[in-house]
Design a protein around this ligand. Structure first.
Ligand SMILES: [Zn+2]
Length: 313
C-alpha cells in the first residue's frame, strides 16, 4: 500500500463511502473534503472516498466525482479509492482520478439481486470488464479490489455456504482483480467462521492474491473478527471513523468497526498502523459536527485516549 512509513497493518478508512451511504442527511461537498483532508493527515494509507452509484439511488454520492478529484488534489502519500458498482461507475471513478476501484460480487444470490439487480455470474463479468478498463489507464496502475459482500452471512438468506464464497472468490481472482475482500456486510461473522473462511478462500485463490477484510459491528464482534483475521495472516482491514455505516440492503446491519478502536487495539498490541489516534479523533469531530443527529459508535471517542496508550510492552 502507499506511504513510506513502516506499517504492520494497513487500515483503509471507508467512512466517506460505506459510512455515509445510509446517512439520510446530505453532507456538503466542502465538509466531506475537509473531513477527508483531516483523515489523510492522520497517516491513513488509503481512504475510500465515494461511491459512483447513480445519484438518483443515493443522493449522498451525487458529488462523487468532485470528492475524488478534490481528494486527489490533497497532498498526502495515501491512496484514493472509490466504489464502482458497474462499468459506468468505473468510467466516472477513473475519470475523476480514483487510484483504486472497489467492485463487488455478493456471495449470497438474494443479496446480489437486491444490491446490484444482477445475479452473481453477470456481476463477475462486469468486474472483469472493469479490470480491463482499469488496465487501459495510461501512465498509472489503478488497482481493482474484488469485494464479496455477505461472505459471513446474509440478512435475506441467513447462512451463506463456504462453497458459494469460494466460488465467487475464485471467479474474481480469474477476472484479474488485484485483491479479494471478504465483507461481513451484515455483521453476522464470528472469529471461528472468519478463520475457516480465510483458510478456504486461500485454498480457492492461491497464495499470491492479497486478502482484505471488512467487518460490521452489528453483534459487537468486529474487533474479535479482525483479530481472527490477523491470526490467519490478513493485514489489510477496512474501518470507518466513528463507527459510521450500514447497508441499505442489509436491514439491522450496524456500523463498521470504528477506526479509532481498531487503531487503539493494534497499537496497544505493539503493531504499527502509522495512524495518529489524536488526529483521528479530531477528524471525526468534523463529521460529528456535520451530522449532529447521527449516532457515532467508537469506544475510544467516548472514553478518550487513556494514559496507557502507546505504552505497549
Ligand atoms: Zn460495509
Amino acid at each position: 500500500m502507499h506511504g513510506s512509513q513502516q506499517r504492520d497493518v494497513d487500515i483503509c478508512e471507508v467512512g466517506p463511502r460505506d459510512g455515509l451511504q445510509l446517512v439520510g442527511e446530505l453532507v456538503p461537498t466542502e465538509t466531506k473534503l475537509r473531513w477527508i483532508e483531516a483523515l489523510a493527515a492522520t497517516g491513513l494509507p488509503e481512504i475510500d472516498a465515494a461511491s459512483f452509484v447513480p445519484a438518483t439511488s443515493m443522493p449522498q454520492f451525487a458529488d462523487a466525482a468532485d470528492i475524488v478529484t478534490g481528494a486527489r488534489n490533497l497532498p498526502a502519500p495515501w491512496r484514493v479509492g472509490a466504489l464502482a458498482p458497474n462499468l459506468r461507475g468505473a468510467e466516472r471513478a477513473l475519470g475523476a482520478g480514483a487510484e483504486m476501484l472497489f467492485c463487488i460480487v455478493s456471495a449470497s444470490h438474494s443479496h446480489s439481486l437486491a444490491n446490484t439487480r444482477r445475479n452473481r455470474e453477470d456481476q463477475v463479468r462486469i468486474v472483469g470488464d472493469i479490470v480491463r478498463l482499469a488496465r487501459q489507464e495510461k501512465g498509472r496502475r489503478v488497482l481493482v479490489s474484488g469485494g464479496i459482500p455477505t461472505s459471513f452471512g446474509c440478512s435475506i438468506e441467513g447462512r451463506v455456504s463456504e462453497a458459494d464464497v469460494c466460488r465467487v472468490a475464485a471467479d474474481l481472482a480469474e477476472s484479474g482483480v488485484d485483491e479479494i475482500g471478504l465483507a461481513d456486510t451484515v455483521g453476522y461473522g464470528d472469529p471461528a467462521l472468519v478463520s475457516a473462511r480465510i483458510k478456504a478462500v486461500r485454498r480457492a485463490v492461491g497464495k499470491d492474491i492479497s486478502l482484505r477484510l471488512h467487518f460490521h459491528n452489528t453483534m459487537g464482534l468486529g474487533l474479535a473478527n479482525i483479530l481472527a483475521g490477523l491470526e490467519a495472516g490478513v493485514t489489510v482491514f477496512d474501518a470507518a471513523s466513528g463507527g459510521l455505516g450500514g447497508c441499505p440492503f442489509a436491514p439491522g446491519a450496524s456500523g463498521n468497526v470504528a477506526t479509532e478502536d481498531l487503531v487503539f487495539m493494534l497499537e496497544q498490541m505493539g503493531m504499527r498502523t502509522g495512524i495518529d489516534i489524536d488526529k483521528l479523533n479530531a477528524a471525526t469531530d468534523i463529521l460529528a459536527k456535520a451530522l449532529p443527529n447521527e449516532r457515532l459508535r467508537s469506544h475510544v471517542r467516548e472514553a478518550g485516549v487513556p494514559k496507557v496508550y502507546g505504552c505497549a510492552a
